[in-house]
Design a binder for this molecule. Sequence first.
Ligand SMILES: CC(C)(COP(=O)(O)OP(=O)(O)OC[C@H]1O[C@@H](n2cnc3c(N)ncnc32)[C@H](O)[C@@H]1OP(=O)(O)O)[C@@H](O)C(=O)NCCC(=O)NCCS
Length: 170
Amino acid sequence: MLIQTEIVRHSPIGEYKVICRNAAAEDVEELYSLIEEFARLGIMLPRSREALISQINQFIIAEMDEDFIGCGSLFKLGPDLVEVRSIGLYAEGRGKGIGSMILGKLIEAARGQRIPQVIAFTCEVDFFIRNGFTVVEKGLFPEKFKTDCVNCKRQLACNEIAMVKRIDEY
Ligand SMILES: CC(C)(COP(=O)(O)OP(=O)(O)OC[C@H]1O[C@@H](n2cnc3c(N)ncnc32)[C@H](O)[C@@H]1OP(=O)(O)O)[C@@H](O)C(=O)NCCC(=O)NCCS
């Protein structure tokens, strides 16, 4: 996936520059800290540094005025299915449309691979609805169960909602 986008946004407190770009090895510590913070709150699955290093190509980074502000990743669950994962922003980046920008870039990358549908397992239902996802039955995605849920300690008490967006229709 090849991502490099820059936009300048104007707000009542001035203008700020947001960049979305592919993650690189030197981003691992920043990614690790952000994901750990959300994992401690129970809103993201933890990722070890080793996993982040080996999966670094799946991640994109958002920077606001050249500071790391958030991330997101795209994980292939099968030939026709990808999952968006680990979308998160530090508090100062939220409420500015940056989450949607990250999600849009991940969807663009999935489209580039001709994948017809994207799923998310999330508690942020409104955010995904704003971005064209709909709520579906978790059981519809055995790929997800085999890859993640089977090893998850919250398996029987999972509070995440399954959401899907078809991306082969415009
Ligand atoms: C979920 C999350 C990623 C959403 O990110 P976000 O950037 O706040 O969400 P959006 O892109 O939808 O942006 C929404 C807000 O930005 C505003 N916005 C949208 N486009 C904008 C633009 N072009 N310029 C300025 N603001 C804009 C919207 O008005 C909206 O503001 P509001 O919330 O006050 O109504 C973020 O809240 C987060 O990191 N949460 C914690 C981690 C988490 O739960 N992740 C989900 C795991 S799957």
